[in-house]
Design a protein around this ligand. Structure first.
Ligand code: ADX
Length: 183
């Protein structure tokens, strides 16, 4: 069992594939001997951040809470994966600056026209129609990371490719066991 905790901080538009990639990576990281927890945006908003909305202030509070919990997990040997839009650079910088274990920012990049076309939750349509206000990418900002440790392109790449990229990075930094060693 590995006790190298870290935070894998996913950031990207709604529908870019953050949660899907987090869920896909979880059993793979467990197979490599890690303890893993996922702090998923939608799930966090159902409990830890229940009642918060999408103003800048509420988003900042949400991200600070996620960062706080992720850090507690990471410093205790858990791989904490966060999957929230986390649209503001300054807040991502803040949670990184508080991290007591490696903090790996993963830009889950998918062009707006692709996520809008997919519109898995039907929210982009509502945002365009003005039914949902302050929607990230439509009527609210998304500030892409300037120097993320990892970028995955979930438009053209398969989920396997994106996951492989993340695992290869972690392996190259000695943060997870090499896949070949556990075989
Ligand atoms: S964050 O900005 O605070 O990081 P978070 O990831 O928790 O956002 O929540 C985003 C999810 O909430 C989206 O995937 C979407 O399902 C839903 N949502 C509802 N309203 C909005 C909105 N105005 N902007 C973005 N996402 C919204």
């Amino acid at each position: 069992m590995s006790d190298k905790g870290l935070t894998l901080w996913f950031t990207g538009l709604s529908g870019s594939g953050k949660s899907t990639l987090a869920e896909y990576l979880t059993p793979r990281l467990r197979d490599l001997g890690n303890r893993v927890e996922v702090l998923d945006g939608d799930e966090v908003r159902e409990n830890l951040s229940k009642g918060l909305g999408f103003s800048k202030e509420d988003r900042d509070t949400n991200i600070r809470r996620i960062g706080y919990v992720a850090n507690m997990l990471a410093r205790n040997g858990v791989v904490a994966i966060t999957a929230a839009i986390s649209p503001y650079r300054a807040l991502r910088r803040e949670v990184r600056s508080r991290a007591q274990a490696p903090f790996i920012e993963v830009f889950v990049h998918c062009p707006l026209d692709v996520v809008e076309e997919r519109d898995t939750k039907g929210l982009y349509k509502k945002a365009r129609a003005g039914i949902i206000k302050n929607f990230t990418g439509i009527s609210d900002p998304y500030e892409p990371p300037e120097s993320p440790e990892i970028v995955v392109h979930t438009g053209p790449e398969s989920i396997e490719d994106s996951a492989r990229k993340v695992l290869a990075y972690l392996e190259s930094k000695g943060l997870v066991e090499a896949i070949s060693k556990t075989a």
